[in-house]
Design a protein around this ligand. Structure first.
Ligand code: SF4
Length: 265
């Protein structure tokens, strides 16, 4: 239904160096391709700065890619008029104007309204705390049972993706390292990063008041040096890295039905 093809997005960042302030371009999403089928819950999993929210925003047409393109049923989404697009895609903003969610009733009612409009895809493009992510996933799963929509949900929790999403894309520094039906990714994780994530949930949310989007971008800046990594972007921290991992970037390759990995080993 939605095809993402070779999409990239750079941002300009301000770096304070000993000789003064420098501006540099950081690749937030790099050459990502992804298919989103109809009526699925697809989760983009990764740590802040991995590009999952930027990718979701590009699919929701909130951010324009620098290169590559995204299509809906064969038509480039930037060529679809605004009225038609508003019937095709809706954004769900769980964090807007909320300090406390209570039982989640307000959120449920907002999601119900979105689903009643019968969009083809609902994109959750707000960063939300680890605690609240479970509420969002639970409500989306309930809404999904009676709707014809696909749902795109970025998260930093592999555990939640495994429990609530049918398809999981594991992202690291702007690229997809593993993609597949969640049950397969959970039973047979192939990327060393997915394996590491499945044993330890590294990231815990903080109570910082800054918007999560800003925090994700700040993390990109912190990772700027890594974004210049050649070869596999995971190689600086991968315990299985070999010479080829430094020299050549792996491509996302199918290893079994509904399961892809980007890794040389
Ligand atoms: S390609 Fe190499 S560095 Fe990258 S995840 Fe695989 S083994 Fe690790």
């Amino acid at each position: 239904m939605i095809q993402v093809r070779n999409v990239s997005k750079d941002i300009r960042v301000r770096l304070e160096e000993s000789l003064g302030v420098l501006y540099s371009s950081v690749s937030v999403v790099t050459n990502v391709s992804l298919d989103i089928p109809q009526q699925v819950v697809l989760s983009l999993v990764g740590f802040p700065g991995c590009g999952n929210y930027t990718l979701a925003k590009m699919i929701a047409r909130q951010v324009r890619p620098d290169s590559g393109y995204i299509t809906f049923e064969g038509q480039k989404i930037d060529q679809i008029d605004c009225e038609s697009w508003s019937r095709i895609a809706r954004s769900f903003h769980p964090s807007v104007n909320r300090r406390s969610w209570g039982s989640g009733d307000e959120l449920k009612s907002e999601l119900t309204k979105i689903v009643e409009a019968n969009p083809r895809i609902v994109v959750c493009s707000d960063t939300i705390s680890a605690h609240d992510q479970e509420t969002v996933f639970r409500l989306i799963t309930e809404a999904h049972i009676t709707s014809n929509s696909a749902f795109l949900v970025p998260t930093d929790s592999l555990d939640l993706a495994m429990r609530y999403a049918e398809i999981t894309a594991v992202m690291w520094m702007g690229t997809i390292l593993e993609l597949g039906r969640s049950s397969k990714v959970e039973r047979y994780p192939l990327s060393p990063f997915t394996k590491a994530m499945s044993t330890v949930e590294h990231y815990s949310a903080d109570s910082n008041d800054r918007s999560s989007w800003e925090r994700a971008l700040a993390q990109c800046v912190a990772n700027a040096a890594h974004f210049k990594v050649k070869g596999c972007r995971y190689h600086p921290v991968c315990p299985f890295a070999k010479l080829i991992c430094i020299e050549k970037e792996p491509v996302l390759s199918q290893v079994e039905d509904e399961h892809w990995v980007s890794c040389h080993i």
